[in-house]
Design a protein around this ligand. Structure first.
Ligand code: G16
Length: 542
C-alpha cells in the first residue's frame, strides 16, 4: 500500500472558477500548495471518488506536465481506481469530453487556459468536467470555491514521476494510470458525424485548405484527420506541433492573432478554405478565400445545412446560442420551426439543454461551435462540418454565406474588446450603465425598447444566473451588449457587442465596421468608454 501523505495548507484567496475554470498566471499556479489546494477542493466537492475513473490531460502549455504528475499523486490519494491520461499530457477539450462520455468516467480534469498565451510568464488553467462530459455547472464551481476558502490540508501519494509519453498502463500505489492515444477516440467519433468519403472526394478534386493549429493542441488531431484520413495535401496543417509557449503566439483563432492564416487566405491564388483552432482545441475560425465568416454566421450556416452531414440527417431538435451571439441562428430556427435558446456566456449553460435533447447545435460569438456529440465546443468538428457542407454543395465559402444572407437577411455584427483595463474603472462603467433610465428614450435616432442586466433561468433545472451582461435593445432590432470577460487574468476586459439587422441584399457586402458606425458611436458614448477607461479604441475587433 503506497504511503498517503497529508500536507497542511492554508486557503488562497481568489480560487473562484471564472467563465471556464480557474485561470491565472503560471507564477500564481507554481506557488507551493496553490494547485494542490484547488485540486483537493475539486475532489472534496464532486462526491465519492473512491474506485472511480478520471480523465486527465491538457493543451500542452507550460506547467501542463508538472501539474499532471501532481494531480496523479493526489488522485491516487483520493482513491481513484484509474486515471486515463492523454499521451504526452495532451488532450484537447472536446476530446476530453468525448473520452469522459465514451468511457463513462467520473468526469475529468482539463488543464488549459484556452486561447490565453502560454509560457513561464503567461497563463495556466484548470477545470473539472462532470461525468456528462461538460464543464461543471455553477453549483459545483461554487462548491469548489467554497471549499477552497476553508481547506486545511490535502493528500497525495508519494511516488516518482511517471513517463507520460509511453502508451500503456502503470501504477501509482494501487491506482492504474492508462496513457492512451488522445486522438483515436475523437477521430472515430468524427467519422460517425461527417461524411469522410465526400470530403476525401473534395480534396481529391484539387480543393485546397490551410488549417492553423497555432502550435497548440489540435496539431496532432488535424494531422491525423485532415491529412492522413481525409487526404488533404501535406502542409495543409500549419503550426502543427504543440509547443509549451505556442511558439510565442497567442493561440486565439481570430483575425488579429491567426495572422499567418489570414495572410495565407488572401489573394486569388490562395486556398479555398481556411480554419484555425485555439490552445485547447475547442474554438474555431472559418475563412474562405478573402472571406471571413463570423462565428455567429457560422453557427447559422451550419444549422441551416446540418442535414447534409450524416450525424444530423434527422434534423435538429433546437439551437442554443449565448446571449451576446447574434440572432442569425434564431432566424434559421424560426424557419425550421424549432426552438432557439438564449443562454448566458459560458459553454456550461448548454449542458442541460443538450442532455435533455432540447438543443442539437450550440454556438457562441467567441468562436465556439458544437453539437450534442460532446458537451464542449469543438473546433475541429466545426471545421469538418464546414468541409462536409462544402463537399456537398461545391460552392465557395463566400457564395454559401452570401446566399444565406439573401435567404435570411444579415445580422451585421461586431465585438469590440477593451483588454487589460483597470478593474475599478470597468466596474464603475458597468455600474454607471446599470443606473441609466433608458427604456423608451431615444439614442441617436433609435428608441430603446428593453434595457436590462441579462438573467437566465435554465429551462431544464430551473437554476437562475443573474448579471450576465447589460443589454440595450432598440425598437428597430439593433442592440448593444456590454459584459466584462470572465476569462482574463490581468485587470478587466470590457466586451461590447454591436448588432443590427440588414434585410437589403445590396448592403450585405458592407464592412461591419462601416455598416455599424453609428451604433458603435452610440455604444461608446453611452458607456463613456474613453472617459472611464482612457481608451479611445478597442484592443481587438472581431
Ligand atoms: C470560454 C467559455 C465560452 C466563452 C468564452 C469567452 O471559452 O467556454 O463559453 O464564450 O470563454 O468568455 P468571456 O467573454 O467571459 O471571456 P474558452 O475557449 O476560453 O474556454
Amino acid at each position: 500500500m503506497a504511503h498517503v501523505k497529508t500536507v497542511v495548507t492554508t486557503p488562497f484567496a481568489g480560487q473562484k472558477p471564472g467563465t471556464s475554470g480557474l485561470r491565472k498566471k503560471v507564477s500564481v499556479f507554481i506557488q507551493p500548495h496553490y494547485l494542490e489546494n484547488f485540486v483537493q477542493s475539486v475532489f472534496d466537492s464532486i462526491g465519492n471518488t473512491v474506485g472511480k475513473t478520471l480523465a486527465l490531460g491538457g493543451d500542452g502549455r507550460y506547467f501542463n506536465r508538472t501539474a499532471i504528475q501532481t494531480i496523479l499523486r493526489m488522485a491516487a490519494a483520493a482513491g481513484f481506481a484509474r486515471v486515463m491520461v492523454g499521451r504526452g499530457g495532451i488532450l484537447s477539450t472536446p476530446a476530453a469530453s468525448c473520452v469522459i462520455r465514451k468511457y463513462k468516467t467520473f468526469g475529468g480534469i482539463i488543464l488549459s487556459a484556452s486561447h490565453n498565451p502560454g509560457g513561464p510568464d503567461e497563463d495556466f488553467g484548470i477545470k473539472y468536467n462532470i461525468p456528462a462530459g461538460g464543464p461543471a455547472p455553477e453549483a459545483i464551481t461554487e462548491a469548489i470555491y467554497a471549499r477552497s476558502l476553508t481547506i486545511q490540508s490535502y493528500k497525495l501519494v508519494e511516488s516518482d514521476d511517471i513517463d507520460l509519453d509511453q502508451l500503456g498502463t502503470v501504477r501509482i500505489g494501487t491506482m492504474e494510470v492508462d496513457i492512451f492515444d488522445p486522438v483515436a477516440d475523437y477521430a472515430a467519433l468524427m467519422e460517425t458525424l461527417v461524411d469522410f468519403a465526400a470530403i476525401r472526394a473534395l480534396f481529391a478534386s484539387g480543393f485546397k485548405m490551410r488549417f492553423d493549429a497555432m502550435h497548440a493542441v489540435t496539431g496532432p488531431y488535424a494531422h491525423e484527420i485532415l491529412e492522413r484520413r481525409l487526404g488533404a495535401a501535406p502542409g495543409t496543417v500549419m503550426n502543427g506541433i504543440p509547443l509549451e509557449d505556442f511558439g510565442g503566439g497567442h493561440p486565439d483563432p481570430n483575425l488579429a492573432h491567426a495572422h499567418d492564416l489570414v495572410a495565407a487566405l488572401s489573394g486569388p491564388e490562395s486556398p479555398d478554405f481556411g480554419a484555425a483552432s485555439d490552445g485547447d482545441g475547442d474554438r474555431n475560425m472559418i475563412l474562405g478565400r478573402d472571406f471571413y465568416v463570423t462565428p455567429s454566421d457560422s453557427l447559422a450556416v451550419l444549422a441551416a445545412n446540418a442535414p447534409l452531414c450524416p450525424g444530423y440527417t434527422r434534423g435538429l431538435a433546437g439551437i442554443a446560442r449565448s446571449m451576446p451571439t447574434s440572432a442569425a441562428a434564431d432566424r434559421v430556427a424560426a424557419k425550421l420551426g424549432i426552438p432557439c435558446y438564449e443562454t448566458p456566456t459560458g459553454w456550461k449553460f448548454f449542458g442541460t439543454l443538450l442532455d435533455a435533447g432540447k438543443a442539437t447545435l450550440c454556438g457562441e460569438e467567441s468562436f465556439g461551435t458544437g453539437s450534442d456529440h460532446v458537451r464542449e465546443k469543438d473546433g475541429l468538428w466545426a471545421v469538418l462540418m464546414w468541409l462536409n457542407v462544402l463537399a456537398r454543395r461545391r460552392e465557395s465559402v463566400a457564395d454559401i454565406v452570401t446566399a444565406h444572407w439573401r435567404e435570411f437577411g444579415r445580422n451585421v455584427y461586431s465585438r469590440h474588446d477593451y483588454e487589460g483595463i483597470e478593474t475599478a474603472a470597468a466596474e464603475g462603467l458597468m455600474d454607471h450603465l446599470r443606473g441609466l433610465p433608458l427604456v423608451g428614450t431615444e439614442l441617436d435616432g433609435r428608441t430603446v425598447s428593453v434595457f436590462d442586466d441579462f438573467a437566465y433561468t435554465d429551462p431544464v433545472d430551473g437554476s437562475v444566473s443573474t448579471k450576465q451582461g447589460i443589454r440595450v435593445l432598440f425598437e428597430d432590432g439593433a442592440r448593444i451588449v456590454y459584459r466584462l470577460s470572465g476569462t482574463g487574468t490581468q485587470g478587466a476586459t470590457l466586451r461590447v457587442y454591436i448588432e443590427q439587422y440588414e434585410a437589403d441584399p445590396s448592403r450585405h457586402g458592407l464592412d461591419p465596421q462601416v455598416a455599424l458606425v453609428d451604433l458603435i458611436a452610440t455604444a461608446r458614448r453611452l458607456a463613456q468608454i474613453e472617459d472611464r477607461t482612457g481608451r479611445a479604441e478597442p484592443t481587438v475587433i472581431t
